[in-house]
Ligand binder design. Structure first.
Ligand SMILES: Cc1cc2nc3c(=O)[nH]c(=O)nc-3n(C[C@H](O)[C@H](O)[C@H](O)COP(=O)(O)OP(=O)(O)OC[C@H]3O[C@@H](n4cnc5c(N)ncnc54)[C@H](O)[C@@H]3O)c2cc1C
Length: 493
């Protein structure tokens, strides 16, 4: 049990700050905890939470998720609506929660503990008397900004813009892809209560501009979006929960603590909302930090232990979030919607969601995706679907290429040859005699980044595209990329 930490100031009463105060009061009942939160409730409608995370949180703080039924909803499938087509795929145990109700509930729970004092105040400087200052004041933390050279803070804004809205109706949990040209409007929507839903609209700024949605006052944007989505909303209105269109900001910090101050949650790291995991990460940080403070009498040791435990988790989540962001940015920029393949690509943007994993979890959806690719129902896997490449009739799509500079050759078993060109973008004129294009994979751990160029070329090429991976790919990974429509073939050299 810690002897030295007698007082902790927690700046920010969001999920990270409130859960940190709650856990500190459980583990260190003799420590005085001041929980500062400013008066405004901040942006946002609902958030999603996995059932797995909810169970883990309830195991430590059973009361943390006792929010009124009017502020939550659960579902077991998601629909993607592309144009007029509805494609159902599994969502595997998700809940929607009112962000405001959840945060108010956890903050009140913390404030009810005997050693926690809730102070409704905007903090401008580090509270002077506390042994430890926990900066849990979100992505825009002012104190972190002041100390940015100490923390090594870097922020990067995404290309797309989003508007976080709510609607007083229940929408089916869905992604809506509405192609307006030049790119689509992408909606992430789900209920967060029996009478209210979250509706996040994301798009490329050029698309918003082209449709006069970027600049008007927010009330006008609400009206126009509600009209565009009147069928999906059954005529219900939309209310913006952010001031205007926002670029998502990814925050990273090279160091998470400096002297008495330590970062948790969004103040330490942000992950794009399409991963639906920022709140869980923030709460897990808070629990970990409180436990480290309870175990170490020296705050510096506790901070080091906390950062060593949580940084790898946050970095992994941010790497996945970058891939997810990149996928949505490509979708919003290119606007190429290909029914089941696009939904498969959406589902497989997380590295863990390979063809075999998705088939195990959602066999019907995967069978339909392969049937669409093959043109008929089949038990064959994507790499075993036939493909015509120039004079060759291939019986499988994991192939070997002979590469010589920018030329390459694909040989059939009977000696027939197809001629290829190695490119990283679609040539303006396809030279005569070229049967396919081979696009080198980009270095990087994620499938979206690795196959980004191949996907782009495939969108505009008149011939099949091979993703060129010199060392080859596993059958499962090749199946995943082909089912997602990111390449026609996977080739090693
Ligand atoms: C569009 C969008 C959708 C999202 N959807 C999801 C989702 O579905 N699932 C999910 O898990 N996550 C989602 N997130 C992420 C999630 O909202 C955050 O990761 C989470 O809220 C982080 O919690 P936090 O406590 O670290 O910070 P915050 O929730 O930002 O809380 C910070 C708190 O600090 C207070 N504060 C700030 N400055 C001061 C100050 N100077 N003095 C006193 N108080 C201060 C604020 O008022 C606030 O209460 C989404 C984010 C966005 C932008």
């Amino acid at each position: 049990m810690s002897a030295a930490v007698r007082s902790v100031a927690v700046v920010g009463g969001g999920p990270a700050g409130s859960v940190c105060a709650l856990e500190l009061s459980r583990l260190l009942p003799g420590t005085a905890v001041d929980l500062y939160d400013r008066d405004d409730e901040g942006p946002g409608a609902g958030i999603v939470m996995t059932h797995d995370f909810a169970e883990r949180l309830k195991a430590v703080h059973p009361e943390a998720l006792h929010v009124p039924e009017s502020a939550c909803a659960s579902w077991d499938h998601t629909v993607t609506v592309i144009g007029g087509e509805r494609i159902v795929s599994g969502a595997f145990g998700m809940s929607g929660l009112s962000r405001q109700v959840f945060r108010a509930h956890v903050r009140e729970l913390a404030a009810a503990r005997p050693n926690v004092r809730l102070i409704r105040q905007t903090v401008t400087e580090l509270p002077s008397r506390a042994d430890v200052v926990v900066l849990a004041n979100g992505a825009g933390s002012g104190q972190r900004r002041t100390l940015r050279h100490r923390f090594g803070t870097a922020t990067a804004a995404g290309r797309t813009r989003y508007l976080w809205l709510s609607t007083p109706t229940v929408v089916e949990p869905c992604f809506l892809l509405k192609d307006l040209g030049p790119g689509p409007l992408v909606v992430h929507a789900y209920p967060h209560g029996p009478a209210e839903s979250t509706f996040i609209v994301e798009a490329d700024p050029d698309t918003l501009n082209a449709h006069g949605l970027l600049d008007p006052p927010v009330a006008e944007v609400e009206r126009r979006l509600a009209a565009l989505f009147s069928a999906e909303l059954a005529g219900a209105p939309l209310t913006a929960r952010t001031n205007s269109w926002q670029a998502f900001r990814t925050v990273v910090n090279r160091r998470w603590f400096h002297e008495r101050a330590v970062l948790v949650g969004d103040a330490a790291h942000t992950v794009h909302f399409s991963t639906g995991s920022g709140t869980a990460l923030a709460i897990d940080d808070a629990l970990c930090l409180a436990r480290a403070l309870a175990e170490h009498s020296d705050p510096g040791d506790a901070f080091a232990k906390y950062e060593a435990a949580r940084r790898p988790v946050a970095e992994q989540a941010q790497a996945e979030a970058r891939e997810s962001t990149a996928w949505f940015e490509q979708l919003c920029r290119v606007g190429r919607l290909r029914g089941h393949q696009t939904v498969f690509a959406l589902r497989s943007r997380r590295q863990a969601n390979t063809f075999s994993r998705l088939r195990e979890r959602d066999p019907e959806f995967v069978a339909r995706t392969v049937a669409v690719l093959a043109g008929h129902a089949t038990d064959a896997e994507p790499v075993d679907l036939p493909l015509t490449v120039g004079p060759l009739r291939l019986t499988h799509r994991l192939v070997r290429l002979d590469v010589d500079g920018s030329n390459c050759v694909l040989r059939g078993p009977d000696g027939t040859r197809a001629a290829g060109l190695v490119v990283d973008r679609t040539p303006s004129h396809l030279p005569a005699g070229v049967d396919f294009l081979a696009v080198p994979a980009r270095p990087g751990p994620g499938r979206v980044t690795r196959s980004e160029a191949a996907d782009r070329v495939r969108g505009s090429a008149a011939v099949p595209v091979a993703l060129l991976v010199p060392q080859g790919l596993s059958r499962d990974e090749a199946n995943t990329l082909i089912a997602a429509g990111r390449t026609d073939l996977v080739a090693r050299s």
